[in-house]
Design a protein around this ligand. Structure first.
Ligand code: HEM
Length: 179
């Protein structure tokens, strides 16, 4: 997992819960990196799971809810660092249906070792989109947060329903309708 995911996560934890919480969750996790991350480095996904798990334990907030909130913060970081991707799209459905064939394709060119999900588009109209998320990391709640942020970015609203196709969250159907 790319370092930017860790650096932005710890920044958000500091903002919301304070530096002490950052120290606590790092100390409680067995991190090969020692909890020292650079935005360009690559780290084991298990480190993120441990940090999330320990934050969940201390805050009483479920990890999926933490991932959803984190996605909103990550979206702001993406807009800051990759504004050219956002300038290419005028519509959220267009942008979301292009993650697989454009956006994440470009991401892999920049970071060949990025661990990205797949989004298979099943149906697409001007106002709706049905996609299947697949990833061994089961970060569908992160995806949901990024989708909600995408609609907010274009000043549009949508209902997004999710259906787990696999109980462990590694395959999830997203049904999106502009409202
Ligand atoms: C992960 C880039 C838009 C869904 C990531 C990662 C990067 C990235 C760098 C981390 C990869 C790693 O840690 O190895 C971008 C950029 C975007 C963008 C530059 C737009 C400019 C989106 C959008 C979605 C999305 C709109 C909406 C669903 C995800 C998910 C992951 C992810 C769910 C977590 C990894 C997983 O589930 O396996 N993306 N992304 N991304 N991205 Fe994107």
């Amino acid at each position: 997992m790319k370092g930017i995911v860790f650096t932005e996560f710890l920044e958000l934890v500091e903002q919301k819960f304070g530096l002490e919480m950052v120290d606590t969750i790092i100390e409680e996790s067995k991190l090969a990196s020692g909890g020292v991350y650079t935005s360009v480095g690559t780290y084991n996904f298990s480190e993120m799971l441990q940090l999330l798990g320990n934050l969940s334990k201390h805050t009483g907030i479920a990890t999926d809810d933490l991932l959803f909130v984190y996605a909103e913060h990550f979206f702001t970081a993406l807009k800051r660092s990759y504004s050219s991707f956002f300038d290419m799209y005028k519509d959220p459905i267009e942008m979301l249906s292009s993650i697989e064939n454009h956006i994440h394709v470009e991401v892999i060119k920049i970071y060949p070792d990025a661990e990205l999900p797949t989004f298979d588009v099943l149906e697409k109209t001007d106002d709706s989109l049905v996609m299947i998320y697949k990833s061994s990391r089961a970060m569908h709640c992160f995806g949901l947060g990024l989708m909600q942020s995408t609609f907010a970015h274009f000043n549009t609203q949508a209902t997004i329903l999710t259906e787990k196709l696999k109980e462990d969250g590694t395959e999830v159907k997203f049904v999106i309708h502009k409202t």
